[in-house]
Design a binder for this molecule. Structure first.
Ligand SMILES: NC(=O)c1ccc[n+]([C@@H]2O[C@H](COP(=O)([O-])OP(=O)(O)OC[C@H]3O[C@@H](n4cnc5c(N)ncnc54)[C@H](OP(=O)(O)O)[C@@H]3O)[C@@H](O)[C@H]2O)c1
Length: 290
């Protein structure tokens, strides 16, 4: 397998790169955060530069691109809509064009944020209705990948947790860092998610990469929970002071940005087509924080 992963200096891209199956030639891109000597095949590339991107693909000749780079912070996107559209939607559109021309497979990492959180247990056939700009940029990007038909894979991820590999961060790391510093962490108590371990996710993504699936698939952990339940389990595992975990409502803690309430996933398709099991919270946390 010759694969190119965008965004290996980020949280998920880093884990994906580090867990690549043996025998392939896997390259990764970064922009500001050099992943260091552990990532031997890393390329500095601003993905907004379409000519540089095209040249990199022409030079590396991958047969698969896994697109993990993005502006991934919901609040950042809301505050910087043009930058978010340019990277999240524009870069994905360029990559889709390159993949169509060169007949390459493109696996695009999208998000549960394309849903409005009203009904929960969202399946692949449920109608997206994003509440925030980040969700809208991801949904717009999905449409370019869907046009690739048998060459396109859209993987919608639920909230991913675990320690970073080369860079980036996660919800679980923010909780650990804040509480270890003796500061309170305010948790959106009214948000339910299908929390997914990053190593479990990486295994699923490599299984998808090795197979011939195309189209849309949801990935999440097998045990839906709200953020308070998740953070308390994490605190117990890591020996953190649980009294520093402060439940709050989303509207009170984040008046400027709308977040979906229940964006848990229906995982029937993933369970049917993947051999990799989707982990519950205890098993996922044990894998990430042994
Ligand atoms: N983390 C989650 O819980 C979650 C949930 C659902 C979906 N997702 C999606 O999964 C993907 C990966 O998320 P993540 O948490 O790993 O994100 P992340 O840690 O924020 O990493 C983002 C990556 O994108 C790169 N990047 C941003 N702009 C770039 C540009 N113009 N040119 C080149 N590289 C650029 C960054 O490079 P530098 O840092 O080197 O600048 C970094 O490697 C994203 O598409 C995100 O939307 C994540």
């Amino acid at each position: 397998m010759r694969a190119l992963i965008t965004g290996i200096s980020g949280f998920i891209g880093g884990h994906l790169y580090a867990s690549a199956p043996p025998g392939g030639e896997i390259w990764g891109t970064y922009l500001n955060a050099d992943p260091g000597p552990d990532a031997a095949r890393a390329l500095r590339l601003d993905l907004r530069d379409a000519f540089a991107l095209e040249a990199a693909v022409a030079g590396l000749r991958p047969d698969l691109i896994i697109h993990a780079a993005a502006w991934s912070r919901v609040a950042f996107c809301e505050a910087h809509p043009a930058a978010a559209r340019e990277v999240n939607t524009g870069v994905t559109a360029t990559l889709a064009q390159i993949c169509r021309r060169r007949r390459l497979r493109l696996i695009f990492l999208s998000s549960d944020m394309v849903f409005d959180g009203e009904k929960g247990h969202f399946g692949e056939t449920d109608e997206p209705r994003p509440l925030n700009l980040y969700g809208r940029t991801k949904l717009a990007a999905e449409r370019f990948v869907a046009e690739l038909r048998e060459l396109g894979v859209i993987v919608r991820l639920n909230l991913v947790y675990g320690p970073p590999r080369y860079g980036g961060s996660s919800f679980s790391e923010e909780v650990i860092r804040t509480v270890r510093a003796g500061r309170p962490y305010s948790l959106f108590a009214d948000q339910r998610r299908s929390f997914l371990s990053v190593q479990n996710l990486a295994a699923c993504l490599w299984e998808i990469a090795r197979g011939d699936f195309s189209g849309l698939i949801h990935l999440g952990g097998s045990e839906p929970a709200d953020r308070v339940v998740f953070a308390r389990k994490l605190a117990q595992r890591m020996g953190l002071d649980p009294t520093l975990l402060i439940p709050s409502s989303t509207s009170a803690a984040s008046p400027a940005v709308r977040y979906p309430r229940d964006n848990t996933f229906n995982l029937a398709l993933a369970r049917r087509i993947l051999k990799t099991p989707l982990l519950n919270l205890d098993d996922g946390l044990a894998l990430e924080y042994p």
